[in-house]
Ligand binder design. Structure first.
Ligand code: PEP
Length: 272
């Protein structure tokens, strides 16, 4: 069985409480969640990862080291080192004790889109970052999703297949076993309009099948999480779907109560 993952993307938000307090509160409540789960027969263990802005990584490392929580960055450079102002390399990220890194989030892709780069070129950049992350022992969470325009035009599968094929071409399908895929329909991110559980399941099953065409074993073990307006109210129904292995949570990850309830929903996945 795949271990569910719940990832909290703080984006470029300063939490209402200080970042230190938010990290401490999430850690505290996640420990309470752990003890509840131990007593709950139908709950399974989950992974939780936090993605604060990089300026808070030192705090994350100090507060979370030795706990069950993981942390990571919201981006990584495609280069090892050099004159890349504003970028952070995979080895620097690793030095902060990070296990994960987000790659290809649509809120970053749209920065490149302003440069009017072709989507295929953007997918290549994502693949280069992916290669860099895995080379340094980081687990990438690679975000894929269609815009509202693509959705209306029925191009969801085309958009997703294009990136998956590029990733597979770069490192082979086996390398995806160190990776998490996040289906994040752009129209659902930060809009309050989540995908239905049925739609998420359909797209996740398509993604798994696409990887299975190259490697069935990797496809079976690959975690595919859903992101886009997940809240405590809709998490359980979305996570209950067989090919949904947890969630990438934006806005709700800044609210400890919401976030921990979403984690709880992921732990109850098998209960349906
Ligand atoms: C995200 O930032 O990846 C995200 C899914 O945001 P939200 O949960 O706010 O829609």
């Amino acid at each position: 069985m795949r271990k569910p993952l719940v990832a909290g993307n703080w984006k470029m938000n300063s939490p209402d409480e200080s970042s230190k307090t938010l990290l401490e509160n999430i850690l505290h409540d996640s420990k309470m969640l752990d003890s509840i789960l131990k007593e709950q027969e139908n709950a399974s263990a989950i992974d939780i990862a936090l993605f604060p802005p990089s300026v808070f990584l030192r705090e994350a490392q100090e507060i979370l080291t030795g706990s069950n929580l993981h942390w990571g960055t919201q981006n990584v450079s495609a280069y090892d080192e050099g004159p890349y102002t504003g970028e952070i390399s995979a080895s620097m990220i690793k030095n902060f004790g990070c296990d994960y890194v987000l790659i290809g989030h649509s809120e970053r892709r749209c920065l490149y889109e302003k440069l009017e780069l072709d989507q295929f070129v953007l997918d290549q950049i994502v693949a280069e970052k992916y290669t860099m992350a895995t080379r340094h022992g980081l687990s990438p969470i690679i975000c894929i999703g269609e815009t509202a325009e693509d959705y209306e035009a029925g191009k969801t599968e085309e958009v997703i297949a294009r990136l998956l094929d590029v990733l597979i071409k770069h490192q082979g399908a086996k390398a995806l076993s160190q990776t998490v895929l996040a289906y994040e329909p752009v129209w659902a991110i930060g809009t309050g309009k989540s995908a239905t559980p049925e739609w998420a399941q359909e797209v996740h099953a398509f993604m798994r099948e696409r990887v299975a065409q190259s490697d069935t074993e990797t496809a079976e073990s690959l975690r595919i999480i859903y992101g886009g307006s997940v809240k405590k109210e809709n998490a359980r129904a979305i996570f209950a779907k067989p090919d949904v292995d947890g969630g990438l949570i934006g806005g709700a990850s800044l609210d400890v109560d919401q976030f921990i309830k979403i984690c709880f929903a992921a732990a109850l996945k098998e209960a349906g």
